[in-house]
Design a protein around this ligand. Structure first.
Ligand SMILES: C[S@@+](CC[C@H](N)C(=O)[O-])C[C@H]1O[C@@H](n2cnc3c(N)ncnc32)[C@H](O)[C@@H]1O
Length: 178
């Protein structure tokens, strides 16, 4: 399932609901790790691979990792193809990603967030995805259509492999502003 939220409290409630004890969770945008802690506690037999590009996050995560041994942090820009490749390689022997969690700044950048969601989820094929983004939530509730195209996994599986892998080369740094 694909969950879209904005309120940080709802984001964390949904994380508590969807994460199982042996899940492998990929988190994009951990900041100080306040949601990462919840993930680590919910999946004591699992693994949390989390990323952020900020120095502030790197410092906070090095502390958090000493309390939660199931957490691995990469200081990386998730818009870069090389970041996705690195994580895909890390997951190869684990059986894949169970939960993909994306919060690149919930109030901003619906365009970047959707592109990151589409490319990461089409590649990792998670059971569940949660996206924290106000613009995407607004778009969902403000649009309508007489046509139904729907997916039940954490990625757009009903659209098949459209765009992946040929469009993976698009996942390069396309803005230096965030
Ligand atoms: C709202 S904060 C995340 C809050 C966190 N999810 C929580 O629940 O406490 C957004 C984070 O996304 C990170 N971010 C934004 N764009 C990014 C990118 N392209 N690559 C990696 N991290 C990014 C920012 O550095 C920031 O720390």
């Amino acid at each position: 399932m694909i969950n879209v939220v904005y309120d940080i409290k709802i984001y964390r409630e949904v994380l508590r609901d969807i994460i199982k004890q042996d899940d492998l969770v990929v988190e994009l945008g951990c900041h100080l790790g306040n949601s990462t802690k919840i993930m680590a506690e919910r999946a004591p037999k699992g693994r949390i691979i989390t990323m952020d590009k900020s120095e502030e996050a790197a410092q906070a995560m090095s502390e958090l990792k000493s309390f939660h041994h199931n957490v691995e942090f990469l200081k990386a820009d998730v818009r870069l193809h090389e970041t996705l490749e690195k994580v895909a390689r890390m997951l190869k022997d684990h059986g894949g990603c169970d939960v993909l969690s994306i919060d690149l700044g919930g109030g901003h950048y619906p365009d970047t967030t959707f592109k990151v969601f589409f490319i990461w989820s089409s590649t990792l094929r998670p059971r569940e995805t949660i996206i924290r983004n106000r613009g995407l939530l607004d778009f969902m509730h403000s649009s309508s259509s007489s046509e139904i195209i729907k997916s039940s996994e954490g990625w757009l599986e009903s659209s098949g492999g459209d765009g992946v892998p040929p469009r993976l080369k698009e996942l390069q740094l396309w803005s230096t502003n965030i």
